[in-house]
Design a protein around this ligand. Structure first.
Ligand code: NDP
Length: 255
């Protein structure tokens, strides 16, 4: 069988790779033969995960950094440059949400959401462009959200940040196609992770979500990871500039 779906030897930077969707991506990448470098803030958890993953592959790395801070992004770029002379895969998965109605946000909360979800995707992508170009055939995948494509009851600043990522995906895909860099985005609907534990523990809200989800269940992190891995694999060599929803049919649901 051809290795259309393998990622053997691919050097992959994954922001937010210690929990939820990012963790599932890291673990699937390891299974598919990639060499991950994971970025997250919580050093204790990062070290725990690295210890576990080094049982599978010794060539796995971690950088403790907050992607919302310029000084930490500088650190990521410097450490990665010292580690590798090329980057095959860049996954932007770190993200946060504060669920409120629009009149309830203060300026700091709005800022924190944009600085975590949107700004680092632009900044890290462009600052890692030369390493990505050096790979000759590389791939960026950004984790957006169906909230960037449709409305939900709260979280306008989060939805704005995710909608921005979809359009940035199209821009970078076109601008960087001549450099051999494909750029795509994955838009999950509700996926069972620590980020949405709180909102899904509200049974009435969960029932509303399921009623609007044709597959009638919440998604699981490995289901998002599989789509991300596909987009980074040779099987997706002619796909760039796309946003793919992993949503149990939510986007297709009409009346
Ligand atoms: P989790 O909260 O489960 O995990 C978030 C990960 O990102 C953790 O590893 C966390 O580690 C890291 N992280 C968060 N903020 C930062 C930061 N400032 N700098 C570096 N690392 C950071 O979230 P999910 O797995 O649920 O979400 C992952 C992505 O998927 C997000 O972009 C989210 O918006 C998106 N998404 C999720 C959906 C869902 O239903 N779960 C639906 C649609 C989109 P640490 O705290 O140690 O920094």
């Amino acid at each position: 069988m051809r290795d259309l779906f393998r990622l053997d030897g691919k050097r992959a930077l994954i922001t937010g790779g210690t929990r939820g969707i990012g963790r599932a991506i890291t673990e699937l990448f390891l299974e598919l033969g990639a060499l991950p470098c994971v970025v997250a803030r919580d050093t204790v958890l990062l070290n725990e995960r690295l210890k576990e993953w080094r049982g599978i592959c010794m060539d796995v790395h971690g950088i403790a950094a907050d992607v919302s801070l310029k000084k930490d992004r500088d650190l990521v770029v410097a450490e990665l440059g010292a580690l590798w002379d090329r980057l095959d895969i860049l996954i932007h998965c770190a993200g946060t949400n504060i669920r409120k109605h629009s009149t309830e946000y203060d300026a700091d909360e709005y800022d924190r959401i944009q600085q975590t979800n949107a700004v680092p995707v632009f900044e890290l992508s462009r600052r890692l462009h030369s390493l990505l170009r050096s790979a000759g055939d590389s791939s960026i995948v950004t984790i957006g959200s169906t909230a960037g494509l449709r409305t939900v009851p709260t979280g306008a600043p989060y939805a704005m940040s995710k909608a921005a990522l979809d359009h940035l995906t199209r821009y970078l895909a076109v601008e960087w196609a001549p450099d051999g860099i494909r750029v795509n985005s994955v838009a999950p609907w509700y996926i069972r992770t620590p980020l949405v534990e709180g909102v899904l523990s509200d049974e009435a809200y969960l029932a509303r979500v399921l009623e609007r989800t044709p597959l009638r269940r919440i998604g699981e992190a490995p289901e998002v990871a599989a789509t991300v891995a596909f987009l980074c694999s040779p099987a997706a060599s002619y796909i760039t500039g796309q946003t793919i929803a992993v949503d149990g049919g939510f986007m297709a649901q009409g009346l």
